[in-house]
Design a protein around this ligand. Structure first.
Ligand SMILES: C[S@@+](CC[C@H](N)C(=O)[O-])C[C@H]1O[C@@H](n2cnc3c(N)ncnc32)[C@H](O)[C@@H]1O
Length: 264
């Protein structure tokens, strides 16, 4: 089986269909590097190793990218309907407006926004009440990126809202360093995924690399089973800010805590 055929087979699972081929290929190479003997069997027809490879790559993709959605996004839904298809954005619908108001009261209204690991969050642009904005959105998932570009491209030609979504693995710090300079960067509910199994070093490197003074980081305040967390504040964020001389403000909404961080 060729790498292309393996990638196609890995992506047969619904929740993995939206991931870019290059990301799947990189994960496949990681798995083959961890299990060098599996490489030898790849030339044999109908090798039992295929099933192991598929399982290992899929598990790794799910773990790394937090792919919990099991359906593809229907292409013809309105932005409002789409927002209710993603758990993070759905939960925020009752407080989106208040959340952006609280953030912009501190940062001022941004003219350029970066949104990393954006999911469908850029569709909440109308809640931001901005007259004019350049919105740069990045996610690992192709299906999210396609939906977002459809939304941005549907804005009237004379609209003062401009936006573009692109596929990006935000753990690639070199690429993050090269992103457009922005007034503000959203990192909503994504640092836990970036950090998984690596302490908080990756999030710290990411935040340092982001070409924006203001970084808005959010976290869930409920566990996966829906119970409120006993300690929703993220002490590591607060210690990191103190250590790096960054200032921050924090506020909580129903099921999300937001850190508004000013990098020095
Ligand atoms: C829990 S969702 C949060 C989405 C959005 N930020 C929000 O709060 O509405 C996590 C998102 O991060 C994306 N993601 C996970 N790992 C990523 C990576 N390494 N690079 C870019 N995006 C990633 C997933 O595809 C998913 O859309």
């Amino acid at each position: 089986m060729t790498a292309t055929q393996l990638i196609a087979a890995i992506k047969k699972k619904k929740e993995l269909q939206g991931i870019d081929d290059a990301v799947v290929e990189r994960e496949l190479q990681n798995v083959l590097t961890q299990h060098p003997s599996w490489n030898d069997d790849l030339s044999k027809p109908r090798s039992a190793i295929y099933a192991l490879i598929l399982k290992a790559v899929r598990a790794s993709l799910r773990r790394k990218y937090g792919l919990f959605r099991t359906e593809l996004l229907p292409p013809d839904l309105s932005p409002q309907e789409l927002l209710s298809r993603h758990s993070s954005t759905k939960e925020r619908l009752p407080f989106y407006q208040a959340m952006y108001q609280s953030i912009f009261n501190i940062t001022g209204k941004p003219a350029t926004i970066l949104d990393l690991g954006c999911g469908l969050n850029p569709l909440s642009l109308p809640f931001m009440e901005l007259k004019k904005v350049n919105y740069f959105a990045y996610d690992i998932s192709k299906s999210e990126v396609d939906v977002l570009n459809k939304f941005f491209n549907s804005l009237p030609k004379n609209s003062l809202w401009k936006g573009k979504a692109q596929i990006l693995d935000i753990t690639d710090v070199e690429k993050v360093l090269g992103l457009p300079i922005a007034d503000i960067c959203f990192l909503f509910k994504v640092t836990d995924i970036v950090d998984r199994g690596h302490g908080h070093k990756r999030s710290e490197e990411l935040m340092k690399a982001i070409p924006s003074h203001w970084v808005i980081v959010s976290f869930p305040t409920h566990t996966m089973s829906g119970k409120p967390m006993t300690a929703p504040r993220r002490k590591w964020m607060e210690w990191m800010c103190a250590r790096l001389g960054w200032s921050y403000a924090t506020f909580e909404f129903e099921n999300e805590i937001v850190y508004v961080v000013r990098k020095s």
